[in-house]
Ligand binder design. Structure first.
Ligand code: FBP
Length: 552
């Protein structure tokens, strides 16, 4: 028997909460259909590409009279980056499936979407499932980033589903993975396979959201974990008073994670990528902005501080964005031609203005920008050390100011990157309940014969019994974007809204936080104890929901 920590033992016993519409039993649901929907953009193209699954209504569940469920086998895939709560989505799905009919079977495809193509799977049993309840990680079946898009991949997936008599597949993933889900759903319908596909909104990045999806799972736990770490560093900085800490925070493109972590901790500087883009801030103006705060604090006798840098910043700085987009096309072409991407080869193919920007970067960053794209064509921003780039450039700027006699302080910096630390934490009570509900609800959507839907649980700032369960058509969230040099249908990422209440909260306070250390110390996530400590949701969710409710 494996040895478990005391917290592991106690968390295994936790019984996640369900919305009251679902807690009456999976066989006692009634479905309510809303209006027909359309995609967020590029309606004509998306409609043409998804002619069988486009335009379906948003649905919600309410408790209804009891019915008998036919036997079904379901397959589940964990896709993309880890996010706390993935195991609970599977637990909710498993419990609903067995509650509906004890002969039902759940298969887990191993290692992400490649598992369904290669026919690598495991069958869930009570004992296997019970060992993973309320735990972090995706190690139950593993994850991967394979893009599902070719006819061959779809045919292989179909053959595996037929072999296992699977009539529905649940894909737990972020925007790219749910784009996979939408493509697979469409293909299965087009080819009259009778196999349904349902997605679940996962990603710590918090960028898979809209009016129906209030937040993706994992965001709550990951941001609380980063906030704990930032708070600890703030205490250290405020004790030693000798370092500036530059902390890059995961979250790929959107800055939701950095923004939420900042609201929970109130650091001296917080960069928000979306603001940088909107204000067309060049790298130089970002350096000037940060240097100004560092100098002013130093003049006040404070040669220390905390700066939060969102992971995706580099892609939002206008001159970098243009260079990276050009670089992506160049690299895709070179890959097709079998030419290796050396500095010289790349520079000679970039447009002159972009080559100049590329050339101006330190060698470390230049080589990090040439790292492989992920299978969905994204630059792997987690590998680009923007925090070190900023430190290097600010140090150089401060040396100039020192030489001019306008800076007399000290600047000693430490760099950090918080990302992987938060992706597999024990899910908070919120994520444990939310994920379990998403999985349970996913089976409800399957039981009503739906396909091409994302499992949706809303009204999340209320207690779990008041949450609203249902489904949103995946095509509703799609638009066309350039990937690997070609226009493709993808789920649109939700970026930070600069006129939204969350960013406004930062904007209204940042000058105060810059100079008058108002650090907050959130401490570690608590799983047992007073509800005001254990069950509180993120500032992002609270502020966005308050605005949504005020506008109804
Ligand atoms: P998903 O979009 O798949 O949820 O992944 C998000 C993420 O955690 C990003 O925040 C980060 O940039 C990326 O994954 C890192 O990817 P990898 O795990 O492949 O290093």
């Amino acid at each position: 028997m494996k040895k478990l920590s005391p917290l592991q033992i106690e968390r295994l016993k936790y019984q996640p909460k369900l919305p009251s519409s679902l807690s009456g039993g999976i066989n006692s649901l009634e479905i309510v259909e809303g209006e027909a929907t359309q995609s967020v953009r590029d309606q004509e193209q998306i409609k043409e590409l998804f002619s069988n699954t486009y335009g379906k209504p948003v649905v919600t569940f309410k408790s209804g009279s009891s019915r008998v469920s036919e036997t079904r086998n379901v397959g589940v895939i964990l896709s993309g980056g880890q996010a706390p709560g993935g195991h609970n989505v599977i637990a909710g799905l498993y419990d609903a499936l067995k509650q509906a009919n004890s002969s039902n079977k759940l298969y887990g495809f191993l290692g992400g979407p490649s598992g369904i193509i290669e026919g690598k799977y495991v069958e869930f049993t009570d004992e296997f499932m019970d060992a993973y309840r309320n735990t972090g990680g995706f190690d139950i079946i593993g994850s991967g980033r394979t893009k599902l898009e070719t006819e061959e991949q779809f045919q292989k997936s179909l053959a595996v589903c037929k072999k296992l008599n699977i009539s529905a597949v649940v894909i737990i993933g972020g925007d790219d993975s749910n784009t996979n889900a939408a493509l697979l759903a469409e293909w299965f319908v087009k080819n009259n396979t009778g196999i349904q596909v349902i997605g679940c909104p996962k990603t710590i990045d918090g960028d898979l959201k809209n009016d129906q999806i209030e937040i993706s799972f994992g965001f709550d736990t990951a941001t609380k974990t980063y906030a704990e770490l930032i708070g600890n560093i703030q205490r250290d900085a405020n004790s030693a008073k000798k370092y500036w800490h530059f902390i890059k925070i995961m979250g790929r493109s959107a800055s939701h994670v950095a923004l939420e972590a900042a609201l929970q901790t109130q650091p001296n500087i917080t960069l928000i990528s979306e603001e940088v883009e909107e204000k067309k801030m060049s790298l130089e103006s970002i350096i000037n902005y940060m240097t100004d705060i560092i100098v002013r604090r130093s003049n006040a006798g404070k040669n220390f501080g905390i700066a939060i840098v969102p992971e995706g910043l580099i892609e939002f700085i206008p001159e970098m964005k243009s260079m990276i987009s050009n670089l992506n096309d160049v690299m895709a072409k070179m890959e097709k031609e079998g030419v290796s991407a050396t500095f010289e080869a790349v520079e000679s193919r970039l447009e002159p203005a972009n080559a100049k920007v590329y050339n101006s970067l330190p060698t470390l960053i230049k080589s990090q920008l040439l790292a492989d794209r992920d299978p969905h064509g994204n630059v792997q921003v987690s590998k680009i050390e923007t925090e070190k780039l900023l430190i290097e450039m600010i140090s150089a700027r401060l040396s100039e100011l020192k030489a001019q006699g306008t800076f007399g302080g000290k600047f000693s910096a430490q760099s950090h990157f918080f990302g992987y630390e938060g992706r597999c934490a024990f899910p908070s009570n919120f994520d444990a309940d939310y994920c379990y509900s998403l999985g349970f609800n996913a089976f409800g959507l399957i039981n009503f014969g739906l396909t091409g839907y994302l499992s949706s649980v809303r009204n999340l700032t209320q207690s779990a019994d008041q949450w609203i369960a249902g489904g949103v058509p995946l095509t509703m969230m799609m638009n066309m974007e350039k990937r690997h040099g070609e226009m493709k249908p993808v789920i649109q990422k939700a970026l930070v809204k600069l006129d939204g209440p969350v960013f406004k909260q930062l904007e209204q306070n940042r000058e105060d936080w810059a100079m008058n250390d108002k650090y907050l110390f959130p401490g570690a996530i608590q799983y047992f104890g007073p509800s005001c400590v254990c069950d509180v949701t993120t500032c992002t969710l609270q502020l966005e929901r308050a605005k949504q409710l005020a506008s109804v």
